[in-house]
Design a protein around this ligand. Structure first.
Ligand code: FDM
Ligand code: MG
Length: 217
């Protein structure tokens, strides 16, 4: 018929190490999509506002201690508690832009180097979550991150941890190439913004051509 099919929304994730510029770029991406007349929801994980998120926040600030497996499962639960909302938004034609998602979940926990807390173990609780249509990986060197004011005082903001996170992210990107677009986050904010828009435009096209929303497997 002549009536255009209503198209689902697109699930867009932005990942990267601390200081890569994720928050800035997510905000700009949301604005850019809205300027194109799209409806957009902006999420971030951890979502520190929920009861589970408050436990995570207190752990990250060093105000409480938790077993490494337990905190891992809380991070995952923090995604599961909004998973059905994400799916509904996508089905209703709303784009969802997420600042960190299951990739951070897997990488930061596995980077702790706890025997048996492997990438494989860490990946299991994520199976079944709505899978992103695209993950923009903001890649930044240790040196550049250092120039941007170094790290704060939260639990994982330590050089050794960040180095292992960097290595593991690299492996994850290589093993999931169809999901990732790697972006040089050492460029100016405008340049990064444009690279992101280029990747996202291609993804929006795939979705409007009929790509279905997948699950994490
Ligand atoms: N982090 C984030 C995890 O360890 N697991 C997760 O599932 C997520 C989403 O939490 F160090 C880590 C990453 C970071 C810390 O994140 C807080 P923000 O983006 O700085 O708030
Ligand atoms: Mg942080």
């Amino acid at each position: 018929s002549d009536v255009p099919q209503s198209v689902r929304g697109t699930l867009i994730v932005v990942e990267g190490l601390d200081k890569a510029g994720k928050s800035t770029q997510c905000a700009r991406l949301v604005e850019n999509l809205q300027k194109r007349g799209r409806k957009v929801h902006h999420l971030r994980f951890p979502d520190r506002t929920t009861p589970i998120g408050k436990m995570i926040n207190s752990y990250l600030k060093g105000e409480s201690q938790l077993d490494d497996h337990a905190i891992h499962l809380l991070f995952s639960a923090n995604r599961w508690e909004v998973a059905s909302n994400v799916r509904s938004a996508i089905n209703a034609g709303i784009d969802v832009v997420i600042d960190r998602y299951y990739y951070s979940g897997v990488v930061y926990s596995a980077a702790k180097d706890i025997p048996n807390l492997t990438v494989e173990w860490a990946s299991w609780p994520e199976i079944g979550l709505p899978r992103c249509d695209i993950c923009l990986f903001l890649s930044i060197s240790t040196e550049e991150a250092g120039k941007r004011g170094g790290y704060g005082s939260e639990k994982y903001e330590l050089r050794e941890m960040q180095d292992r996170v960097r290595t593991l992210f690299g492996e994850l990107v290589n093993n999931n190439q169809e999901d990732f677009v790697v972006i040089d986050a050492g460029k100016t904010a405008e340049e990064v913004e444009n690279c992101i828009l280029e990747g996202v435009s291609a993804c929006l096209q795939r979705v409007s051509d009929g790509a279905t929303l997948r699950e994490v497997t």
